[in-house]
Write a protein that binds this ligand. Structure first.
Ligand code: NAP
Length: 301
């Protein structure tokens, strides 16, 4: 049996449009309704036949939904939830796909008191945005972390987990605060570092812009992919997951200082040991199917 029959997706960007495509591919008898605040996005979604129905208001999209998934930037979650509160059926489950969870849960509880709220985070994405950037297989073989509040109904949690399994994800459940700490180091900090390196390189006075681009294959270009990620989404993630990001940044700064010291004092053993350890981590990521083993990320040469 399908976990849900009438699913509404609010926010039809990369993740919302991928979820719509995946549900239509894997659960063809479920009805998918979509809404986005941006009229241009709604127009594109209609043109590419993204959902069974696209509504001009958030309220009209949820009137008979059994699941509503909010796929908007994390600091817009509360406003998006408040906009549909009056039209939401009493037994509908509210979920979201936000990249940080404690702050989003607090926003949703404030906007929809007494409702069944089961947040989740599919750990999958690309550096592209918008309804045409999405694809049905985005979640296949990726993790989706479900972060229910402590008093959540286990049946509702299982229905949300089953939706993500149906679209190909492996599901894990986690406490929202723990999720935010784990993702601060595996996702948020790497994005912050990429934004910094690309910003620093473009600010250097004695290295020209054309040299930065010309010799980017030395490592820089792999940071530029991450640093091309959506500015609104990432601004929101850093502000909404402030505490965990600052904690991880502190740890990172200390480790960076240790490396600085090793280079200054010609301590090759420290450098070699760390680089050997990090190479093993890359191998484990490939072994666990979380990346491609092809050299240079499979680029054609
Ligand atoms: P996106 O491509 O920029 O799409 C977000 C869409 O939501 C935009 O069309 C935006 O419209 C719309 N929107 C903003 N506020 C709204 C509101 N109040 N009501 C209705 N629609 C609204 O972003 P995305 O990459 O799909 O990210 C969506 C969510 O997924 C975020 O919470 C993000 O943290 C999470 N996520 C992202 C990734 C990733 O790699 N991208 C991975 C996992 C989770 P405008 O055009 O007006 O802004």
């Amino acid at each position: 049996m399908l976990p849900f029959a009438r699913i509404t997706i609010i926010g039809l960007g990369l993740i919302g449009s991928s979820l719509a495509r995946a549900i239509r591919a894997e659960m063809p008898t479920a009805r998918v309704t979509g809404h986005d605040a941006d009229p241009a996005v709604r127009e594109t979604a209609r043109r590419i036949d993204l959902c069974d129905d696209i509504t001009d208001t958030a309220g009209a999209s949820v009137t008979d939904a059994d699941l509503v998934v909010l796929c908007v930037p994390v600091r817009a979650m509360g406003a998006a939830a408040a906009e549909l509160a009056d039209d939401l059926p009493a037994d509908a489950i509210i979920s979201d796909v936000g990249s940080c969870k404690a702050d989003v849960l607090a926003q949703l509880v404030a906007a929809l008191p007494g409702r069944t709220i089961i947040p989740a985070h599919p750990v999958a994405g690309t550096e592209n945005s918008g309804p045409e950037a999405g694809f049905a297989t985005l979640f296949k073989g990726r993790w989706c972390i479900v972060t229910p509040p402590a008093d959540a109904d286990p049946v509702a949690v299982e229905r949300v987990a089953e939706l993500w399994r149906r679209v190909g994800a492996d599901v894990e459940t986690m406490d929202p605060a723990h999720h935010d700490l784990v993702l601060a180091v595996t996702s948020h900090l790497p994005h912050l570092i990429a934004y910094t390196i690309v910003g620093t390189a473009s600010d250097l006075e004695n290295v020209t812009q054309s040299e930065v681009i010309k010799y980017s294959a030395g490592g820089f270009r792999d940071f530029t992919r991450i640093a091309a990620s959506d500015p609104t989404m990432w601004r929101d993630v850093f502000l909404a997951n402030k505490d965990a990001v600052l904690e991880m940044l502190q740890r990172f700064s200390e480790d960076l200082s240790a490396l600085q010291r090793a280079i200054r004092w010609n301590d090759g053993d420290t450098l070699f040991n760390l680089f050997t350890h990090t190479r093993a981590i890359r191998r484990s990521i490939i072994e666990q199917g979380q990346d491609d083993a092809k050299p240079d990320f499979g680029r054609a040469h």
